[in-house]
Design a protein around this ligand. Sequence first.
Ligand SMILES: Nc1ncnc2c1ncn2[C@@H]1O[C@H](COP(=O)(O)OP(=O)(O)OC[C@H]2O[C@@H](O)[C@H](O)[C@@H]2O)[C@@H](O)[C@H]1O
Length: 271
Amino acid sequence: MKISNRMLCGDDKMNEEDKGQESYNAKKYRTPDGVPADIVMFTLTKRERKTVTKTLPIRELKVMLIRRKSWPYAGMWALPGGFCQESESIYGAAKRELKEETGVDGGHLEYLGVYSTPGRDPRGWIISNAFFALVEESALEQRQAADDAEEVGMFGIHEALDQLELAFDHREIIRDAYVRIQQKMLQTTIAKQFLPKHFTLSELYQVIQTVVPEFKEPNFIRKITSTRSRQGILEEVRDEMGKKLSSNQYSQRSAQLYMFTDEIPLLSIYT
Ligand SMILES: Nc1ncnc2c1ncn2[C@@H]1O[C@H](COP(=O)(O)OP(=O)(O)OC[C@H]2O[C@@H](O)[C@H](O)[C@@H]2O)[C@@H](O)[C@H]1O
């Protein structure tokens, strides 16, 4: 009896594997024509008010869009995005796009969802994976200034959603990203992406309200500093001597400065 090496290894299953591999032909099947990654790049712009009395700056939630130069949807505004290459993961493609578009390496980049409605891209069966990123205003401004060839725009979220003609299903993607960032603003500490390391509670409240205008909490300061479930996410900023630090940048009276800790609270809608 002839004994093959495989049998000596006692691995009949491997034989089956080899046979399967030999007879499999991926080309027999219709597969997608492309798998791009799109990124909703949010930033919170900050403009100082021209008032005599010190007051908080004007903040606005904006998204970065690029005007398409060629078919399909030539001339329309679209999300920055591009095709995933065979050698990279979808997340890797999104990271690459973010770096190419803004120069930002790292930062908050998060998966949003898959967009695959048949016909969403007239070029063929093209399934997009969407992400959202929270980017500093300065990075997007630099991007805007750097590129003469491409028209890059920063639009208020409502202007983008209600007034612009957008390519592909990008309105749907931006709307979903807006809902997601609003949820996250109320349920997580992502506000820290839009604040300096040290900030006052009035600034934090303003950042939350800029993203979620419906958010109204008259007892915000008392609650955030005393409610048990909130304790631990913020801490007072102190100097080396342990003295509390405050700022009067945006108010007549000095206000205590705070910073986020690394604590991630487990919140419940039931408590
Ligand atoms: N089907 C494809 N698969 C892979 N690469 C492709 C494909 N078609 C074109 N390309 C390459 O990608 C380049 C175009 O790149 P971008 O301009 O970044 O891509 P864009 O036309 O914007 O397509 C991405 C957009 O498609 C939408 O489905 C999606 O929402 C995303 O915004 C072309 O120069 C070409 O080299």
